[in-house]
Ligand binder design. Structure first.
Ligand code: UDP
Length: 439
């Protein structure tokens, strides 16, 4: 028999999202976006976006949403080719690839020697980006390599540089040389930093000495309508479509496979939950293949391989999330924001998240989710047990989470706040230029 929601204790309490797919153009939320987008478009600066990645990480999804709303006002430079380019072009965005194999090789823990070796490649990219920037009002750098290249070319392009900081700038995440380079790039060449959370702002202040309140917080937005489009009322049918076990109790962990995302913590927790299954959705995007293999080996060594499902990278995140009983977030280092958390909330599923960084700005423990100590498998297993054994609590959290995701993290708010911040940056720059030319 195929279980419906009624067959699972949690699922019974979770038919939270309207099954019908809402046409964004006809829905009140959609018309809100359209109206505000029209207002923004009139005043929008022409922006050259620069992003180092051809892969689809959180920063790239955030940029895709800007591209979706303003394709005619912008162009995107990517420092590597990949699926991100295809997604941008499908939205009608113009994309240029300015690639240099030697520079792409620089790692997070870059050494001074490495930086010297790739100098000619860096110069080529700096010049190419500066030349493209001439046609725009500003340069919007979306990642750290983009920041450095945009900053180095400032004397050539003389455009305001805006950095959307998606990172917590600490030694837990980055090497000493990389942090020093970022610090000086920001101090010398960045006109405006926009941060994706207060936690990111705090790390910026500690690194650069810039007051945290000089960087507006623009939280990522999540498209609720994409989640409304997935009918999660028949859990069995949904799972069958995705090739997941229909009757199992499923915990889902979404995100690229990387040591600091803590998938190994979830594996360890699973050993304490005899009949639960774990679904890992995501791929090693930035060279973490060894970690991906380690996870598979560990699942076998722990004797849980048949209860761990490696789904790889998936495009239809709303469907995969709605197929879960609970969504886990297990990062062992402070997460700068954590789109996957808000997505889990928008899916109307209870979320258990590691309490550090920007996560604590999204999840309120016991109200719209469940916070746990990062890196502690026993605590994680206990939390999963609590929500599994108390479906009423899980339902309450999920319901509040759904409400909060829609009210506090909409795409409309995200785009609006971003455009406000960009317009302010241009105005400030114009004001400074006028002050310099007036007698
Ligand atoms: N994601 C996806 N498919 C996958 C795994 C993840 O589309 O298989 C998306 C996920 O839905 C989220 C993003 O990748 O929107 C990850 O963003 P997050 O802020 O959670 O982490 P980051 O990549 O920025 O560290």
């Amino acid at each position: 028999m195929r279980p419906t929601l009624d067959a699972s204790p949690l699922a019974h309490s979770l038919p939270l999202v309207a099954p019908a797919c809402i046409d964004p153009a006809a829905a009140p939320l959609g018309s809100g976006i359209a109206a505000s987008a029209a207002v923004h478009k009139a005043a929008l600066p022409h922006v050259l976006f620069v992003d180092q990645s051809g892969q689809l990480g959180g920063a790239e999804f955030a940029l895709l949403q800007l591209a979706e709303h303003y394709p005619s006002h912008m162009e995107v430079v990517l420092l590597a080719d990949g699926p991100f380019r295809l997604r941008l072009e499908a939205l009608g965005a113009r994309v240029q690839i300015i690639n240099d194999a030697s520079v792409s090789g620089i790692a997070r823990q870059a050494s001074a020697l490495n930086c010297l070796r790739v100098l000619p490649g860096i110069v080529r990219q700096v010049r190419a980006i500066a030349a493209r920037a001439q046609a725009f009002d500003m340069l919007f750098v979306n990642t750290q390599k983009a920041l450095v290249l945009g900053a180095l070319g400032k004397a050539l392009h003389r455009k305001p540089v805006v950095w959307y900081q998606h990172d917590i700038l600490t030694r837990e995440h980055f090497g000493r040389v990389q942090l020093a380079v970022v610090k000086w790039a920001v101090r010398l060449a960045v006109d405006q930093v926009i941060v994706n959370s207060r936690a990111s702002a705090k790390s910026l202040a500690a690194l650069t000495g810039r007051a945290a309140d000089t960087a507006p917080v623009v939280y990522n937005g999540i498209d609720a309508s994409a989640f409304n489009c997935v009918d999660g009322t028949d859990m069995g049918m949904l799972r069958q479509r995705l090739g997941l076990p229909e009757h199992a109790w499923l915990a889902g962990l979404f995100g690229r496979l990387a040591p600091w995302k803590g998938q190994h913590i979830a594996l360890e927790a699973l050993t304490r939950l005899p009949d639960a299954h774990l679904v890992l959705v995501g791929a090693p995007l930035f060279g973490e293949d060894a970690y991906a293999q380690r996870l598979r080996d560990e699942a076998s060594a722990l004797g849980i391989a048949e209860r761990v499902h490696f789904a790889g990278f998936q495009d239809d995140i709303p469907a995969w999330m709605k197929a879960m009983n609970v969504i886990l977030h297990t990062s062992t280092e402070p997460e700068p924001f954590g789109r996957v958390i808000v997505e889990g909330m928008a899916a109307g599923r209870p979320v258990i998240a590691a309490a550090a960084g920007g996560v604590t700005e999204i999840v309120r423990h016991g109200r719209n989710g469940w916070l746990v100590k990062p890196g502690d498998a026993a605590v994680l297993a206990d939390a999963i047990g609590v929500l599994r054994n108390d479906p009423a609590l899980a339902q309450r959290l999920a319901q509040q989470a759904l409400h909060d995701a829609q009210a506090e993290f909409s795409v409309d708010q995200y785009v609006q706040r971003m455009m406000d911040a960009l317009n302010k940056a241009v105005k400030r720059r114009d004001g400074e230029a006028n002050a310099q030319t007036s007698p």
